[in-house]
Design a protein around this ligand. Structure first.
Ligand SMILES: [Fe+2]
Length: 371
């Protein structure tokens, strides 16, 4: 039996947020908390559009712009405090995956009066307050997922919480906001989206309903990622990347992620490598590991995407992201026991198409010259 569940109303296209005039926004509440980072919301123009739309709808707002690249629990609790103090009735997340994930966590932690990390226990999530998502990168797909990935400085753990209440109520996906993303952020975000699409094939929760979306998303990234890196103002290519990232989000909303994501998390939390780059450097190794188990689905989707497997691997390798010379790379070797344990215990390991043992993880880190 197959099912597809996505309770988010997604509005897509150039100026879709700026020109939004339907009354469903006002139904979310009279006051909201805008959760965002320091830069991209302003640089992209998304924050100014948001303020204009809220004012037009007579909705009051408070801005919390302290979210950094890997949102920390301490920042989320700061946002929760502001939300409660100001009696905000809904949350608007603007930015890449991190601010949107932070906005989602702020909404759920507030609605359930959590005091610590209860958000990781889906059974404890009983209440929600509405979430609006406005992505400024083409990558995370958080506008269409029921996840929030959070970090803990003390335990060095980066892990995702999942619950249907983490789906945004409304998502406004305007490719215009991605024009100001740097070349590296554009690359890493696009490769994160590619990971999501591939994991829709690897995951043992894979779902034929979305195979055409996965194939189209892979094809769009193959054709457009390098184009947007070279021509950041290319309207059609930016739109194509935005739709591919949305398809990636819609995919993992159904299938969740796998080892591909969990093996990358320590590279982000301990070495500071961006999430997309961490996914990208393990991508071909994970593909080699999982391919025999998903050969027929993988080949079918490549055919649908009009791509040859070899050409596709060449494409992945062409980004040539090298981390072996990172000055702090020895942190991985020094903490390898902790790291493998955290990976083996992560929730998305339940979705792998084959049984993974610690040796498989060590083998990949060895290939990356990290241990
Ligand atoms: Fe991701």
């Amino acid at each position: 039996m197959l099912s597809f569940y996505l309770p988010t109303k997604i509005i897509f296209g150039y100026d879709c947020w700026k020109n939004y005039q339907l009354t469903d926004l006002k139904k979310l509440g009279n006051k909201c908390l805008i959760v965002t980072g320091k830069n991209s919301a302003k640089l992209s123009g998304a924050l100014y559009d948001t303020i204009a739309v809220l004012k037009y709808n007579n909705i009051d707002f408070v801005i919390f712009d302290n979210i950094t690249e890997n949102p920390e629990f301490s920042d989320i609790f700061e946002a929760v405090k502001i939300l409660k103090k100001n009696n905000c009735e809904f949350v608007v997340g603007i930015g890449g995956g991190s601010p949107i994930d932070a906005a989602k966590a702020t909404a759920i932690i507030s609605a359930n009066n959590f005091q610590d990390k209860e958000i990781y226990n889906a059974e404890l999530i009983k209440n929600k307050i509405p979430i609006v998502a406005i992505p400024t990168t083409a990558g995370a797909g958080a506008e269409a997922t029921p996840f929030s990935v959070l970090s803990d400085k003390n335990t060095k753990l980066k892990a995702g919480a999942g619950h249907p209440f983490l789906f945004p109520d409304l998502s406004f996906v305007d490719p215009k906001y991605t024009f100001t993303t740097s070349k590296i952020v554009t690359r890493d975000s696009g490769l994160d989206a590619l990971s999501h699409l591939l994991e829709g094939i690897y995951s043992n929760r894979r779902n034929k309903i979305i195979f055409p979306l996965i194939a189209k998303g892979i094809n769009l990234i193959y054709k457009n990622l390098k184009k947007v890196m070279k021509y950041p103002d290319h309207k059609i290519a930016r739109e194509n990347m935005m739709i591919a990232a949305l398809y990636g989000g819609m995919t993992i909303a159904q299938t969740s992620t796998t080892l591909q994501h969990s093996i990358g998390y320590p590279l982000t939390s301990r070495l500071g490598i961006t999430h997309g780059a961490a996914n990208a450097i393990v991508m071909k190794f994970i593909m080699r590991l999982f391919y025999p188990a998903v050969k027929s689905e993988f080949d079918d989707i490549m055919k649908l995407a009009n791509l040859k497997k070899n050409k596709f691997i060449e494409f992945i390798e062409s980004f040539d992201i090298d981390i072996s010379n990172k000055s702090n790379a020895s942190i991985i070797a020094d903490n390898i026991q902790d790291i493998t344990k955290q990976i083996m215990n992560s929730r998305n390991m339940l979705n792998n198409p084959i049984k993974i043992i610690e040796c498989d993880i060590l083998e990949i880190y060895k290939k990356l010259k990290l241990i």
